[in-house]
Design a protein around this ligand. Structure first.
Ligand SMILES: Cc1cc2nc3c(=O)[nH]c(=O)nc-3n(C[C@H](O)[C@H](O)[C@H](O)COP(=O)(O)OP(=O)(O)OC[C@H]3O[C@@H](n4cnc5c(N)ncnc54)[C@H](O)[C@@H]3O)c2cc1C
Length: 284
């Protein structure tokens, strides 16, 4: 439980962070440390140098810009879950952030670290997919802006360029009148998502579904959008039959994983059940 030796540097700007990463290919950024340090203690990661980005001031905070809520990469889960703008415009994000780990994890862990780490059981990838988030940052090649759809490539693997710093995440504010929720089955030991479903749902004046985005995490190696379930729900009346039928497609776009706790079939079942629950909860 003791990490291998590493050097430590605290930087104050994104440019300094980029320069440190460029100077040492064995270096890794550290934000809240709540995913990286456990890996280092188990010797599953052994970076030769840690570049601490916590002191970069302009990577903290939440702001509203042109129909989006933009959240600095260093904003903590606790700040996000309590923020009035997030609670009112992105309630599924507030709900998910409030369920991450325990108080200490939420006070230290950051949204940028959570998404950049791409743990298959993390909560926030599902929410980023459901709200059509864009992940922005800087790399040695310049600025990048990557849609959440396509960002998560595998366990601990993302589409971010090498040596990059994720600076902020821009969430689309869904159309007025939509509701959004996050529905989680926590692992009883770790609290991580065995399955997590984020749903953003809208209905027209007749009550039929006219806006549907569903993100799923925990079920396999990569968080995914449940596109088949979204398509099956669009245009349908808000009946139990229509919701059940659409939710029955919710595992089709992902590859279910299995471990000692949950088989692939059980995970697919959980995805379907909790997609249906999320849709029902999001009805006006
Ligand atoms: C006991 C415990 C329970 C937890 N439970 C949950 C849970 O229920 N749900 C959940 O979703 N998570 C859970 N977590 C993980 C937690 O949310 C982490 O805080 C989060 O996943 C990583 O954020 P961090 O700021 O701690 O990142 P760090 O650990 O500092 O970094 C993680 C990785 O991201 C990289 N990184 C960090 N910031 C950036 C950046 N700005 N740009 C580029 N790369 C960056 C680092 O180099 C590193 O590879 C838990 C953690 C613990 C210890």
């Amino acid at each position: 439980m003791i990490p291998s030796a590493f050097t430590y540097e605290r930087v104050h700007t994104v440019d300094e962070a980029l320069a440190s990463l460029a100077a040492n290919p064995e270096a890794k950024l550290i934000a809240g440390g709540h995913s990286l340090l456990p890996l280092m203690k188990m010797r599953l990661a052994a970076p030769a140098a840690l570049v601490d980005i916590q002191a970069i001031r302009n990577l903290h905070g939440v702001r509203e810009v042109d129909g989006q809520v933009v959240i600095g990469a260093l904003t903590t889960h606790a700040e996000i879950s309590a923020h009035p703008v997030v609670r009112s415009l992105l309630p599924a994000l507030a709900e998910a952030a409030a369920q991450i780990g325990d108080l200490q994890v939420r006070n230290r862990g950051t949204i940028g670290g959570n998404l950049a780490h791409a743990d298959p059981s993390s909560d926030l990838p599902a929410v980023a997919l459901a709200y059509n988030a864009t992940l922005r940052g800087l790399s040695p090649a310049g600025e990048f802006a990557l849609p959440a759809d396509g960002f998560f490539l595998g366990p601990l693997t993302t589409a971010m360029p090498e040596g990059a710093v994720l600076t902020e995440i821009a969430f689309d504010v869904p159309p007025a009148g939509t509701q959004s929720v996050y529905q989680k089955v926590p692992h009883p030991a770790s609290g991580y998502a065995v399955v997590g479903v984020a749903a953003v749902i809208g209905t027209d004046e007749n009550g039929c579904f006219n806006y549907v985005r569903i993100g799923v995490t925990g079920a396999g190696d990569v968080a995914y959008r449940a596109v088949a379930a979204e398509a099956a729900l669009m245009g349908q009346p808000p009946t139990d039959e229509a919701i059940q039928a659409a939710a029955g497609h919710a595992a089709e776009d992902g590859v279910m994983g299995e471990d000692l706790y949950a088989s692939a079939d059980y995970r697919a079942h959980l995805v379907q059940v909790h997609t249906a629950r999320a849709i029902r909860r999001a009805l006006p």
